[in-house]
Design a protein around this ligand. Structure first.
Ligand SMILES: *[C@@H]1O[C@H](CO)[C@@H](O)[C@H](O)[C@H]1NC(C)=O
Length: 319
């Protein structure tokens, strides 16, 4: 064989091997990459049915900070105070993220939801479907934070208040379950409902509605077992009933024009938020989780942590 031919042959062989090598490397990366995507469940989507409440806002921002895509339900997702607060929070967060490059990036998608209206729920389901990426077949969880409470004694409370509590708390739960089950079955996701637990005077009808939700959760759990969809309740003793549903709380009210009013959405302690995180991400969730952590006495709060919690849950709104 001539030297020239041998040289050409060698060059050709080298080229062939490098192409094959590159192809193999590409395939390996692809396999590894696709495995990585499904590793961390936290980057999936979660629906919070009402972010009109401080609790819903707190959960939305908390979970978005953890990297989730949060669908935040609101009666009016454009002009209401909670909608503006969320928008402001997202903007502030984007600016903050530009400074800190290696932060997890979550996302909040405001969505019109009213748990008493079937057509609104149906529309919300369609909108959520349109937001999902090609690889996402559904969402991880639905947290039903929508609800209402009125205090009153048996002989004096208005019937309308009873009706409103049953419509929002009990029928709301059933409607939410029916509307979003289709998005939970493909992911073997979970429903999270606020259960019973609040004590106090004048909570007769409210307690009736919360116990109905517990019963609903229990029966729904059995019904959805074959699909691998879990139903979890959050037991709320220690948290006053009104706190669960109150609006964002203004904490600096200024008379001077131009100075923004701040709103807080801090309802749950950091440990209660971690309880909800476990309810969301424990591989085999319990039927119920308690929001009140008994030994808070021994919990040491580092200044930087409480500062972070405050930062992620306070909102600035110009009045
Ligand atoms: C509400 O009902 C539960 C039973 O599920 C009961 O233990 C609780 O004491 C009731 N709360 C009030 C305020 O009566």
């Amino acid at each position: 064989m001539e030297v020239h031919t041998a040289l050409v042959l060698t060059v050709q062989l080298v080229a062939l091997f490098s192409i094959a090598g590159a192809l193999l490397l590409y395939l390996l990366c692809k396999v590894k990459g696709s495995r990585n995507v499904s590793l961390d469940p936290r980057f999936g989507s979660i629906l919070i049915t009402s972010a009109d409440t401080a609790l819903g806002l707190q959960l939305s921002t908390y979970l978005a900070s953890k990297g989730c895509r949060v669908f935040a339900g609101m009666k009016d997702p454009h002009e209401s105070l909670p909608a503006k607060l969320l928008k402001g929070w997202m903007k502030a967060r984007e600016n903050h993220l530009e400074l800190e490059s290696n932060c997890v990036i979550g996302q909040i998608v405001p969505l019109k939801i009213d748990v008493t209206k079937e057509d609104v729920l149906r529309e919300a389901t369609e909108k959520m479907g349109a937001h999902l990426n090609a690889g996402e077949r559904g969402i991880l969880a639905v947290i039903n934070t929508a609800g209402t409470v009125f205090r009153g004694r048996i002989d004096t409370q208005e019937f309308q208040e009873w009706e409103s509590m049953f419509k929002n708390n009990v029928l709301g739960c059933l409607r939410v379950a029916r509307a979003f089950i289709g998005l939970l079955r493909p992911t073997r996701g979970r429903f999270i409902f606020l259960g019973s637990g609040s004590r106090g005077d004048g909570l007769l009808a409210y307690n009736a509605s919360r116990n109905s939700v517990e019963g609903t959760a229990c029966a729904l759990r059995e019904e959805l077992k074959p699909y691998g969809v879990s139903v979890v309740t959050l037991e709320s003793s220690g948290v006053p009933a009104e706190s669960l549903f109150k609006s964002p709380i203004p904490f600096t009210i200024s008379d001077t024009e131009g100075i923004p009013t701040q709103y807080s959405a801090e309802i749950l302690t950091h440990s209660s938020l971690q309880v909800i995180e476990r309810a969301l991400f424990d591989p085999r969730p319990f039927d119920s989780y308690s929001l009140s952590v008994p030994n808070t006495k021994f919990q040491c709060k580092l200044p930087c942590r409480s500062e972070f919690v405050r930062k992620s849950n306070s909102f600035v709104q110009k009045v």
